[in-house]
Design a protein around this ligand. Structure first.
Ligand code: FES
Length: 125
């Protein structure tokens, strides 16, 4: 179920913003022309990801060399710095650790987040 969360121009072009969508706290990441949605609770101790930062992720450039991958934004939690790929919600260091992620698209200048149907049901209960 697509939910309109606002005007695309109101979001920073290379940043993120937390907001409520059908009663759930979500972080919207805008990275150039790409958009991502993550649940705004860190699996470590429940910290708000939206109070952290989003930066270009790491990329291996050979043994002992780490570069920056401008195509792969990473969100760092505001409390203790755990990091998650904005594209998938997966932790950068542990494949088994992830934050729920949600598809986001822009239609006619409006940002639309694909909210799970269970969110609507929980709101109606
Ligand atoms: S609560 Fe997010 S890193 Fe600790």
């Amino acid at each position: 179920m697509l939910v309109d969360v606002g005007e695309a121009s109101a979001f920073p072009e290379r940043g993120m913003r937390a907001l409520d969508v059908n009663g759930r706290r979500v972080v919207l990441v805008r990275w150039g022309e790409e958009w991502f949605g993550l649940y705004d609770r860190c699996p470590h101790q429940g910290g708000p990801l939206g109070q952290g930062v989003v930066l270009a992720g790491p990329r291996s450039e050979g043994v002992g060399r780490i570069g920056v991958d401008e195509r792969e934004p990473v969100v760092s939690c505001g409390w203790h710095g755990w990091q998650f790929y904005a594209r998938t919600g997966r932790s950068t260091w542990d494949e088994g650790c992830r934050v729920p992620s949600y598809r986001v698209e822009v239609r006619d200048g409006r940002v639309m987040l694909d909210a799970p149907p269970s969110w609507r049901l929980a709101r109606q209960a």
